[in-house]
Design a protein around this ligand. Structure first.
Ligand SMILES: [Zn+2]
Length: 150
């Protein structure tokens, strides 16, 4: 019987920008899906799990905007988002959705949307209210808001 790692790697091919693209089944958001013990898991999360040795409780986001990519170099967990939230909180983040950090933030938001979170839930996670999240996802936002602590 094949190990999970072998199962994953058998379906990966090198793509552009060092991406490792999942060639198996993909869900409607374009994320690779892998069957493990009858459960459907997202391929990039499995890749992360194999890399880090634990199932991430937080989101696993892509820096490459390629949902089927499973290159762990292109993945990061939600703690990275916390760093960004920190930047936003301290007002060091001046850029809007088009800035580099903004772009990563948008990717993260999209990832969360694809996992079924509402704008309000995403906002809560990032310390923003719903409106900037919505605008961010539309790519029209300049975030000036500071976090309201719960
Ligand atoms: Zn990639």
């Amino acid at each position: 019987m094949k190990s999970l790692k072998e199962k994953l790697e058998a379906r990966l091919i090198p793509g552009e920008n060092d991406c490792l693209e999942w060639t198996g089944y993909r869900n409607r958001d374009g994320y690779g899906q892998i069957q493990v013990d009858g459960k459907k898991l997202l391929a990039h999360r499995v890749a992360w799990m194999l890399h880090s040795g634990e199932m991430p409780s937080l989101l696993v986001c892509h820096t490459c905007d390629n949902p089927r990519c499973c290159n762990v170099e292109h993945l990061y967990v939600g703690t990275h988002t916390d760093n960004m939230k920190d930047k936003v909180d301290r007002g060091r983040w001046k850029g809007g959705a088009k800035s580099k950090v903004g772009a990563v933030m948008v990717l993260c938001m999209r990832e969360m949307r694809s996992q079924g979170l509402s704008n309000r839930q995403i906002g809560k996670f990032l310390g923003l209210s719903r409106e900037p999240v919505r605008r961010f996802l539309l790519g029209i936002c300049e975030v000036r808001e500071t976090s309201t602590q719960p």
